[in-house]
Ligand binder design. Structure first.
Ligand SMILES: [Zn+2]
Ligand SMILES: [Zn+2]
Ligand SMILES: [Zn+2]
Length: 136
């Protein structure tokens, strides 16, 4: 899957900027913050980047990788998400040494009960630890 296919699969108009942002996600295979992306784009049109990320999230291309840190990160969706719903119920691994965050597709969040009268909207599983590179 390349960036052009991803854009057309999600009914998004192809622009050079969108392609470049998606290429970065495809290359890194981990969650990226807006700052991570800015560093790779070599130009800091923050408003355009912010809007692009919002659009990608709305269309089911990327999801928020909740990792317990105070920096918002996004990661590519596995492919079943669309404009109607996201299905990213997997865990996110946050490395406490390098601060990088990874989607762990094999670990799914369990269905958790809430007290009577409470409504569960989302459940996040965060694994803190050291990634393969930092553990050695
Ligand atoms: Zn998704
Ligand atoms: Zn690490
Ligand atoms: Zn994820």
């Amino acid at each position: 899957m390349n960036s052009i296919q991803l854009l057309s699969n999600h009914q998004l108009r192809k622009t050079q900027f969108r392609e470049r942002v998606l290429d970065i996600f495809l290359r890194y295979e981990r969650a990226l913050s807006q700052k991570d992306l800015e560093e790779q784009l070599h130009e800091s049109d923050r408003i355009t980047l912010y809007r692009t990320l919002k659009t990608f999230e709305e269309k089911g291309l990327i999801h928020k990788a909740i990792d317990g840190s105070d920096r918002l990160k996004y990661a590519l969706c596995a492919g079943h998400c669309d404009v109607h719903a996201h299905h990213d119920h997997h865990a996110h691994f946050h490395c406490v040494t390098c601060e990088r965050t990874f989607c762990i597709e094999d670990v799914q969040a369990p269905a958790l009960d809430a007290p009577p009268g409470f409504e569960v909207e989302s459940t996040h599983v965060i694994i803190n630890g050291r990634c393969a590179e930092c553990a050695h």
